[in-house]
Design a binder for this molecule. Structure first.
Ligand code: PLP
Length: 427
């Protein structure tokens, strides 16, 4: 890399990147034709919320589910109209009682935790590992109480959580594991696909994920009973159980979480392309990491042994003490060069709903209910690693926002080098 002492764009110098990157678009002619076929069939949905063959939906829904089960190597894949719906159904399927606790990461999309609250269960936030941004097993164990029933392992940014150690804890305390693999479809953990290592897990198909159907999601499990319960919650189960002969009806408050035929037809084509899209994210991220590796005070993404990373987001951690400057100044300088890095991700525990403990109604329910443990703490300080990353050291780049070429990656690398070479001018 040519070392440049050129004046930074933020200080009036020339901008490094003078083009708009192409937007990421995973859709093509195959999806258009598939939609056309569904339109011609005249069937946009074929679900019935009663015990009938159409309880399981129409031909494209069922074809997509069969294909997804084969693809992910699981016994059951159940489509849903969003992964938020999928997470909600998964939590309900696990025999969760009001006041039960599920340990979850604060470094995730808000739906991971609200799916827990949906059942009047209590999200407990454990801290994360600084290198993978995933749940820290030691913090998970420290947060276990007599009420803990499950761990929600988020495979954030495209890298699997530490499933072996989480499984050890789950076995020791008799807990279930839910995998939220919205951001890591296709990522490997010791030869297995992320999302399939929990008791139940799944993927998002919303429009800013690796592959999508506009809105949608897939629940995966090898457990027949969990699969049936998810299907019931997906589709008005309370009115189905009697005719179907289902005896265990707790939490079978059904909803309409059904995916349409058009979305399923698109999903079939998208799934065929997942491997290719994941590989190209990985290739570009590796090129970026190589180009940034010589920069002092900057930690490029870690990929653990026997794992692969599919880079929904490309995360970087700054050594602020070494750099002697705030991440916001560095980000401003990168923005000016044309690199749109984000300066924060999520500290879910700090949003007003948890800070004020106000969810259902205004009286603090479910935290104030008799069934809930009384000393639930969401104060700043409970997740120091996640908080420090958000406040001081993390910056990230969305890899499913743009379709980046090698030349684009090289321009991003050049921008970082320019900023680093001129870091004194930012102080
Ligand atoms: C996108 C996402 C969700 C929610 O998925 P939707 O399909 O948008 O409902 C949940 N968890 C994580 C980590 C996500 O990135």
């Amino acid at each position: 890399m040519k070392e440049t002492k050129e004046k930074l764009a933020i200080n009036g110098g020339p901008k490094t990147i003078n083009k708009e990157f192409d937007s990421y678009n995973s859709l093509g002619e195959e999806e258009r034709l598939a939609v056309d076929e569904v339109m011609r069939s005249g069937i946009l949905s074929q679900f019935l919320g009663v015990w009938h063959k159409d309880f399981y939906g129409g031909p494209k829904v069922q074809e997509f589910e069969k294909m997804a089960a084969d693809y992910f190597g699981v016994k059951h894949a159940i489509t849903v109209n969003s992964w938020t719906s999928g997470l909600t159904a998964a939590v309900g399927a696990l025999d969760i009682e009001p006041g039960d606790e599920i340990i979850v990461s604060p470094w995730t999309m808000t739906a991971s935790a609200t799916a827990i609250l949906h059942w009047n269960a209590i999200p407990i936030f454990a801290d994360i590992e600084e290198d993978t941004f995933n749940l820290d097993p030691a913090s998970v164990e420290a947060n276990i109480s007599s009420k803990t029933k499950a761990i929600m392992a988020i495979d954030i940014f495209g890298h699997s959580a530490d499933m072996d150690n989480l499984r050890k804890i789950a076995d020791k305390y008799n807990l279930k594991i839910i995998s939220d693999t919205a951001q890591a479809p296709g990522a490997l953990y010791k030869g297995k696909l992320a999302g399939t290592l929990g008791d139940i897990g799944g993927y998002s198909l919303n429009y800013h994920k690796h592959i999508h159907t506009g809105e949608g999601g897939i629940v995966v499990t090898n457990d027949d009973s969990l699969a049936e319960r998810v299907q019931l919650i997906r589709n008005h189960g309370e009115v189905v159980v009697e005719a179907k002969g289902v005896k265990k009806i707790n939490n079978i408050i059904g909803s309409n979480f059904r995916l349409g035929e058009i979305e399923s037809a698109i999903g079939i084509e998208q799934l065929k392309k997942l491997k290719g899209y994941a590989k190209s994210r990985e290739k570009m991220a590796n090129r970026l990491s190589e180009g940034l590796s010589s920069l002092d005070g900057l930690k490029t993404p870690v990929v653990k042994d026997n794992c692969s990373h599919v880079y929904y987001i490309y995360p970087l951690v700054l050594d602020i003490d070494k750099l002697g400057i705030s991440k916001f100044k560095i980000a401003d300088a990168l923005h000016a060069e044309g690199v749109q890095v984000a300066t924060e991700y999520q500290n879910i525990h700090l949003i007003p709903m948890y800070q004020n403990k106000t969810a259902y109604g205004s009286g603090g329910f479910p935290w104030t209910a008799d069934f809930a443990r009384k000393d639930i703490n969401y104060a700043k300080g409970i997740c120091p690693v996640a908080e420090k990353l958000n406040d001081e050291t993390y910056i990230g780049f969305g890899m499913c926002v743009y379709n980046l070429s090698e030349d684009d990656i090289d321009l991003i690398i050049k921008s970082f080098h320019k900023v680093w070479n001129n870091i004194d001018k930012l102080k």
